[in-house]
Design a protein around this ligand. Sequence first.
Ligand code: F6P
Length: 534
Amino acid sequence: MTETWQALAAHHSAVKSRAILDLFADDHRAAAFSARLGGMLFDYSKTNIDAEGLGLLLDLAAAAGVAEKRDAMFAGAKINETEGRAVLHTALRNMDAAVMVDGADVTPALRATHARLHAFANDVRSGAFQGQGGPITDVVNIGIGGSDLGPAMACLALAPYADGPRCHFVSNVDGAHVADVLRGLDPATTLVIVASKTFTTIETMTNAETARVWMAGKVADPAAQFAAVSTAAAKTAAFGIAPERVFGFEDWVGGRYSMWGPIGLSLMLAVGPQAFDEFLAGAADMDAHFRTAEFAQNLPVLLALVGIWHNQICGYATRAVLPYDQRLSRLPAYLQQLEMESNGKRVAMDGSDLAIHSGPVVWGEPGTNGQHAFYQLIHQGTRPVPCEFLLAREGHEPDLAHQHLLLAANCLAQSEALLRGRSLAEATAIMAKKGLTGAELDRQARHRVFPGNRPSTTLAYAKLTPFVLGQIIALYEHRVFVEGVILGINSYDQWGVELGKELATALGPILEGAQSADAKDGSTRQLVEFFRGK
Ligand code: F6P
């Protein structure tokens, strides 16, 4: 532990029992503990971070070399050290500035692929490219993890901008998923995109084969209605997809960071190339801010420092992402992969055990739904859960502006309630007015106490446009980067997913009965026997 970590721990001990609400005695607190980018406001004033705490957190970022490592990432250095790769998803949204990897500028190839994606999307959307039964009405993206969550989340988020074919997403190897999605679609007017960085992922390849069989029953040439998105051109060719419908990318684009390029094809088909490019422009805007704004005003840095404060310093093991924006209902799932696959590591870059906890559990649901489900625990459970609210000033339904107002009132009310709470005296007064007295008054009042003093942040934005969605997603990507640098880990590998994959491959023949389960532990043997129906 460095001196700054120790100073932060000591600072936390000194301030942990004070009321956050009292910090607002300083009239300038809200403005001082907020940062803006264009029409976006990040308010972290409802946390227990004060000027001293912020100073120490900024010291931590400086000592970890966040600025130097950020610049190295943007410049194409191989910061993914366990895989020997650059980390250049940022180049996908800023294709004009040369970036060198292994001595060559990668941007001409990016521009060429981007132009091909535009042309293909325009052809599908205009009907120049047709299915064997007419213009494409439906697109099925088959992919999982980073080849699914990003475009699936964004298609939902940008539904008001969708004017192309309907997009559907199949990810789970559970046949129920592909069966339910394909049921009701017309194979003769459906385009299937097989999205897989590696083109080896068992779920995706199995579902792709199922879709091909489904299509073969109805059209003469199923492969003609397949497109592929992958880094593995040879494998897409072996699958039978013609090169003109294969869109490649390089291994320096991580799966969970890949929606800005060809993995975003389904989104581009749904909203059109122009809106897709606005999405890229929003992300590029956040990139520029991250690269140039001083850390005390830098949204990704501040979001990361709040995360470090709550998780590593205060010891809160989870964080709730609570979009008061129904169209961001898949954002928590998207962020689960982005944050937990990136920063769920147990060793530092050099292989030594981490001396501090790695990233938190990320979870959430849109408001107001969550209020009627799990907010009970957030308000009255024994362990604080830092909450991250998101809210647009304006919705896309002008006729329903009164509903947007209700939505906003609920969002603000929740962060206020978490901050303020309700004391025993207040609860007692409320119950006394209802006529309760004596021991029953006390008992009932105690159930109605809210401890308050629970931290939250709010990210407020003008409207969920493609540009703003791009800003928001890039904000979270860079937050993960900053937290990862401060923790000293590699945010860009994911070795933790391998063991389960290997064991699943070995268990296939055992479940089929072709191999014995004798070498397995007793529980696994029992489950194998149950599955085999013995
Ligand atoms: O198993 C995890 C993972 O490798 C993710 O990192 C990735 O996003 C996902 O699987 C899908 O991988 P692919 O795009 O190669 O099919």
